[in-house]
Design a protein around this ligand. Structure first.
Ligand SMILES: [Mg+2]
Length: 274
């Protein structure tokens, strides 16, 4: 496979190009690869499962870390979930559990975000401020027929909150509480859901056959990228920073696995000389 024929390069964020959004130090090999791709005229975009920051906030974090990415090519889990709901039901009334990021994404997409019934969608993002009242209201709305959407699918994730570094319960765990209380199942919108990859590629006006997904996580970046027909590149980073996701029976074997993204630069230069 000649990577030079690939025109759209989608990058994961946490543990792939920066340590994580709360420690936004860039990985030098990721900076080198993005600079090389930019010189070759390739399109770089971001596809992250982070939902606690909005696409705008994630764009600020990655550009501050030194990456040159356009704001309209930055897709957070919240932005992707909002686009997914909007494309199917533009006037939907949404109750959003969110630390702020997903809420901003839903408002930015033009969805009707409200805390009052009737509610069409209960959308659950990671939220370290979640109250009993919000959780109880979400359960009542799902009982009354609102669809339950989980914005990405992490059960827990490492981060910093109010100066406290820890592992925190994620959106999947909050949605599981609502599922348990209501007997209804959540629909997870985020990697590895293959539609997220195909819709992002389509939004950017490319084809999956000319698109690459680069990430650290076999169960999200690789599984979804493979299922959607993209070329997948796995970069091996800190194993303890890989957030667990449920890949079901999707194929988690990448097309290319590297210890460093500098190896991808070598692959691009070798093939282009042939
Ligand atoms: Mg990651």
């Amino acid at each position: 496979m000649d990577l030079n024929t690939k025109n759209l390069w989608l990058f994961d964020v946490d543990n792939t190009i920066i340590r994580d959004v709360e420690h936004p130090a860039p990985f030098p090999d990721a900076l080198h690869l993005c600079e090389t791709l930019e010189q070759k005229g390739k399109t770089i975009a971001i596809l992250t499962n982070v939902g606690r920051l909005s696409a705008r906030q994630i764009h600020t974090a990655v550009t501050t870390a030194g990456f040159s990415v356009d704001a309209d090519k930055t897709f957070s889990a919240g932005a992707v979930a909002a686009a997914y709901i909007y494309s199917r039901s533009p006037g939907a009334r949404c109750f959003v559990i969110s630390e702020g990021g997903a809420l901003e994404d839903f408002v930015a997409r033009g969805l009707n975000v409200t805390n009052n019934p009737p509610i069409d969608f209960v959308a659950v993002g990671a939220d370290r401020n979640l109250t009993f009242q919000q959780l109880n209201f979400a359960c009542k709305m799902v009982m009354k027929g609102a669809a339950l959407v989980c914005i990405s699918g992490s059960r827990d994730y490492p981060g910093v909150y109010l100066g406290h570094e820890d592992v925190f319960i994620g959106e999947r765990s909050i949605a599981a509480a609502i599922e348990d209380a209501t007997g209804k199942s959540a629909f997870i919108i985020g990697k590895p859901l293959p539609e997220i990859f195909t819709e992002t590629v389509k939004t950017l006006r490319f084809d999956v056959t000319e698109s690459v997904m680069v990430g650290d996580n076999p169960a999200s970046d690789v599984a979804g990228g493979n299922a959607a027909g993209l070329t997948t590149i796995l970069v091996k980073r800190s194993p303890d920073k890989i957030v667990p996701y449920d890949a079901g029976d999707l194929d988690t074997i990448p097309d290319i696995a590297v210890e460093s993204l500098d190896e991808v630069i070598n692959l691009l230069s070798i093939v282009s000389r042939e």
